[in-house]
Design a protein around this ligand. Structure first.
Ligand code: SAM
Length: 462
């Protein structure tokens, strides 16, 4: 099939590809179509042409797929936060399972792995316990807002449109966070608008207001408000903190992270406590955790309980095991497994997360978990014990190849691999397959309306 950049073409979408785009295959040639759903018939324009594939953008939907549903969010189709609100939830789950299977087969080159159907998230709205909203001096306008002279374009607080890093959709309501988060977001927006301090420009790299991070505790219905600024100025921030503390009894922590770095990361070089505590408390199962602003915590608290129960099931512990938990974050997995093992050692690179983990173990009356601060690449080879079970829960990039080599030397009897990225999970399991049999994989949906998927895999030494 020959297609050219700029060409208009009629396509029937047959599948969903990696990254959530619709896939059409006229004459076997792959065309990826943004925002398309299987069984849509669309008129599209080719925007990129390569030897083996092309990318296209919808001009009109000629026939709407039966799998399309009305999105709850007015920004659906534009906002990069969740890209699948228009896709039926059961179909989302089906495609997530398929993504995991395809990744294992095509990236890991492993066949005949038992992959179970994806476990759904309990609630599919209001499930996210952490949101990061960016501030920008350039507001991205919705199509119906274009040309409206009453709308000021010099400020937005919200989320990005994919492909336009410096402009921000001014989000009034985000449905994947609990409702009160929208009220807090609106109060912060109004305060910033009135403030004399400038908003940070994502191109100019100057200005004061950078991000707003909200954390919610599902167990206690409490909030942490973390305001990220380019420099320290308590005179500007304290009135905002006072306003939030007075208006919302649910806000138990107001923090200012200060960062002069240009990169778009909402983590400060240091932080200042403006009101309340430096942490928020939440529960997974019967265990309570304190979470600092910059520590990792699973973003779907109810989903995390399902995930950890699965980790426990796959680890199949007798109570006598020594476990090493790589990438242990705030120590949630070690604490969750503490009553089923002899000893658990967590390794984690972020200092605040390790200090949270140590506190969390003490607060939960757990004495058989210890935590090592360091990069796994350096800390794992120095470990003197030989674990029976290894839990591995790396960030999206997966494991460094030196870490995999080290695991092959240690050769624990069992590995439970937890992953938020099926591609890197499959790659890593592909490297381990010489020594381990991949017994089964269970995808768990922690991120409804996005194509992201969490999975747990059970690996047994051959
Ligand atoms: C996906 S989180 C898992 C956290 C934890 N298992 C949980 O369920 O909350 C990945 C963690 O790995 C940590 N991390 C990333 N790179 C690391 C490295 N090279 N060495 C040690 N920890 C690392 C991150 O700080 C983060 O806490």
């Amino acid at each position: 099939m020959t297609v050219k950049k700029g060409q208009e073409i009629e396509l029937t979408i047959s599948d969903i590809a990696f990254g959530g785009k619709g896939l059409a295959k006229p004459d076997g040639f792959s065309i990826f179509v943004d925002k398309a759903v299987p069984l849509d018939r669309v008129n599209a324009r080719i925007i990129k042409k390569k030897k083996n594939y092309a990318e296209a953008r919808i001009i009109d939907i000629l026939d709407h797929s039966a799998f399309r549903v009305p999105p709850r969010c007015e920004y659906s189709g534009f906002c990069g936060g969740c890209k699948w609100q228009f896709l039926d939830y059961n179909k989302q789950l089906e495609y997530k399972t398929k993504t995991v299977i395809d990744s294992i087969e095509h990236i890991g080159m492993i066949n005949d792995v038992l992959v179970h159907p994806t476990i759904p998230s309990g609630p599919i709205f209001g499930y996210r316990n952490k949101m990061e909203f960016s501030c920008s001096d350039k507001r991205w306008l919705l199509p119906e807002e274009l040309g409206n002279e009453d709308i000021k374009k010099d400020f937005g607080i919200g989320l990005h449109v994919p492909g336009t890093f410096h402009k921000i959709i001014d989000i009034k309501e985000c449905h994947i966070q609990p409702e009160l988060g929208n009220s807090i977001l609106d109060d912060v927006r109004k305060f910033i608008k009135k403030s004399s301090a400038p908003v940070y420009g994502l191109k100019s790299h100057s200005g004061f207001w950078r991000f707003l991070m909200l954390r919610h505790s599902a167990a206690y219905d409490q909030w942490m408000v973390n305001i990220i600024t380019s420099h320290e100025d308590r005179n500007i921030l304290q009135p905002l903190s006072d306003l939030l503390m007075e208006k919302y009894p649910q806000v138990v922590s107001v923090i200012n992270n200060v960062t002069s770095r240009k990169s778009s990361v909402a983590i400060g070089e240091y932080e200042i406590l403006l009101a309340g505590d430096l942490f928020i408390k939440d529960k997974i199962g019967t265990f309570e955790f304190e979470i600092s602003a910059n520590s990792f915590f699973q973003t779907n608290t109810r989903g995390a309980e399902k995930l950890y129960n699965l980790v426990k099931k796959y680890a199949d512990l007798s109570g006598n095991e020594t476990i090493v938990d790589l990438y242990s974050g705030t120590g949630t997995i070690p604490v969750f497994l503490s009553d089923s093992a002899r000893e658990i050692i967590g390794i984690e690179i972020v200092e605040s997360a390790v200090s949270d983990a140590r506190k969390n173990a003490i607060k939960n009356g757990v004495s058989n978990c210890r935590f090592i601060l360091g990069d796994i690449k350096e800390s794992l080879p120095r470990l003197s014990i030989k674990p029976d079970v290894m839990i591995i829960d790396p960030p999206r990039v997966g494991m460094h190849k030196d870490v995999i080599k080290e695991i092959e030397k240690i050769k624990p009897e069992k590995i439970v691999y937890v992953s938020c990225n099926p591609a890197t999970m499959a790659r890593d399991m592909g490297m381990l397959k010489e020594y381990y049999k991949i017994e089964e994989v269970q995808p768990v949906d922690m991120f409804p309306h996005t194509y992201h998927i969490e999975s747990v895999a059970r690996l047994i030494k051959k």
